[in-house]
Design a protein around this ligand. Structure first.
Ligand code: NOJ
Length: 494
């Protein structure tokens, strides 16, 4: 009798515990990895030192008004000389991995494989060895927008030959560093440089006459071909010995219908296909989403093009691209509302015209001047990927909050991480999403592209005026450190 009562009591307690659990009370799974990220141009500085060649961004910042505050990445956080400070910060955070990028012209000054810069190789060897000595895994992005200037002159990612140049470069990196690097990310956010660069960087730099509506698709087409070429190279030449994994970093806002109307729902789905699906669909199914093929094809005919502005893959390319990932790598910051239509400001033809969707954010969403947030959209995005793209393993390779410089007590950033990580927990525990890693963007305040140093996303503040570019942990660094140490979002977590 006594033991029967005991069992009933235990069962009651157990079910109470199960039913009373708030998801944010649960810890992340033991195997879950937390990391932090950066990219070469945004932090390294030393733009023309020790044999490094110029990149497109070196050219843009010195010769065009593309950066709002007129600043450059010439020195940035000076990580080329102060990488040990970065490793110390990573160690203090307790991260499992550090995602950083290799500056293509620091290794190959002209972009071509015939001339290798030994000082560049030494720098990345030191960084990789320094990380491993502290038990931090290097996650290496092969291309985070640092295209060597000569290759930019040859047509950038619109030149079909980029596939060969990029494969030669990646092959060299596998040879040089593959004994120690086990996670490779080929290309960062092609949407940004295939679409947004055209609109922001290139056009504001006064380079008019860019054939929008074709260049975006040709660029993305070559990105997918180059990625697949590198993925297959690794798979057949290196994987058996080096035992690493390879993916490509895809950025995606999550598109939500502005209302319950069928038109808005269809617009949201169309936008998802033109955004995430543009890359994920070929990777998972071997071709572009049908909506893109139809929309761009139909508009092209009406606009007098003999063939669709969306290029076609050959059968062999489809075979190479389909399945060219070991996990799905996603950068996600926020969401957007969608409704059908086209903005009168968009050139015709253009990518933004082809999707026939207007996106905007709800002014009531909280956030900063630079980033309005909608945390639930993060969970919806994860579930969408699970449902539509065969339940892959997913790593978040960037997520973070943008605010003004010099805010050490960055409560808004803590709030962001707390809200977004709660959605990650819900996706893992309630939706069964195979989310295995999370990367905070970014480790340091850094050069934020056309916003220069006016916007910051770092866990660590960098005093850019100081001689030694002093790194100071913000309150968010302390928060993230605690999350990593406990795998919990709140103190009462069990
Ligand atoms: C994505 C890019 O990969 C990164 O370089 C940039 O700093 C962040 N977004 C924040 O804008």
């Amino acid at each position: 009798m006594q033991s029967k009562l005991m069992i009933i009591r235990c069962l009651t307690l157990f079910f109470n515990w199960v039913l009373c659990q708030e998801i944010s009370n649960l810890p992340f799974p033991n195997s879950f990895l937390f990391g932090a990220a950066s990219s070469a141009y945004q932090i390294e500085g030393a733009w023309n030192e020790s044999g490094k060649g110029p990149s497109r961004w070196d050219y843009l910042v010195h010769n065009t008004p593309v950066v709002n505050d007129g600043s450059t990445g010439d020195v940035a956080a000076d990580s080329y000389h102060r990488y040990k400070d970065d490793i110390a910060a990573l160690k203090e955070l307790g991260v499992s991995f550090y995602r950083f990028s290799i500056n293509w012209p620091r290794i190959l000054p002209t972009g071509f494989i015939n001339e290798i810069n030994p000082a560049g190789v030494e720098y990345y060897n030191n960084l990789i060895d320094g990380l491993l000595a502290e038990g931090i895994e290097p996650w290496v992005t092969i291309y985070h927008w640092e295209i060597p200037l000569p290759l930019h002159y040859l047509g950038d990612w619109n030149n079909d030959k980029i596939v060969q140049y990029f494969t030669d470069y990646a092959n060299l990196l596998f040879q040089l560093f593959g004994d120690r690097v086990k996670t490779w990310l080929t290309i960062n956010e092609p949407f940004s440089f295939c679409v947004l660069f055209v609109n922001v960087e290139v056009l504001s730099a006064g380079q008019e006459g860019v054939p929008t509506g074709t260049t975006e698709y040709q660029c993305a087409h070559n990105v997918l071909r180059a990625h697949a070429s590198v993925y297959r190279l690794y798979q057949f030449k290196y994987k058996a010995i080096q035992k690493g994994r390879v993916s490509i970093v895809i950025s995606s806002e999550f598109s939500l219908p502005a209302s319950d109307s069928a038109e808005d729902i269809a617009a949201a789905e169309r936008k998802r296909k033109f955004d995430l699906g543009w890359y994920l669909h070929p990777l998972v199914y071997g071709d572009y989403p049908q909506t893109m093929i139809d929309n761009i094809g139909n508009y092209s005919v009406v606009q007098g093009f003999p063939v669709s502005r969306l290029p076609k893959f050959t059968i062999l390319e489809k075979l190479a691209i389909k399945g060219a990932y070991d996990f799905i790598a996603i950068n996600h910051y926020t969401s957007a509302l969608t409704t059908p239509g086209t903005s009168s400001e968009e050139p015709v033809p253009s990518f933004n015209n082809d999707d026939g969707v207007i996106t905007y954010q709800n002014p009531s969403w909280e956030g900063s001047d630079f980033l309005k947030i909608f945390p639930e959209g993060f969970r919806e995005l994860l579930v969408y990927i699970k449902k539509n793209y065969r339940n892959p393993e997913i790593a978040i390779t960037e997520q973070g909050f943008a605010d003004y410089p010099n805010i050490i007590n960055d409560t808004a950033r803590i709030n962001y991480y707390q809200l977004y990580l709660t959605q990650a927990l819900k996706a893992i525990y309630e939706d069964g999403v195979r989310l295995t890693a999370y990367t905070a963007w970014s480790l340091l305040d850094s050069f934020e592209w056309n916003n220069g140093y006016l916007v910051t996303l770092g866990l660590y503040d960098v005093d850019f005026e100081s001689e030694n570019k002093t790194r100071t942990p913000k309150e968010s660094a302390k928060y993230y450190k605690n999350v990593i140490a406990t795998k919990c979002l709140i103190d009462t977590c069990v």
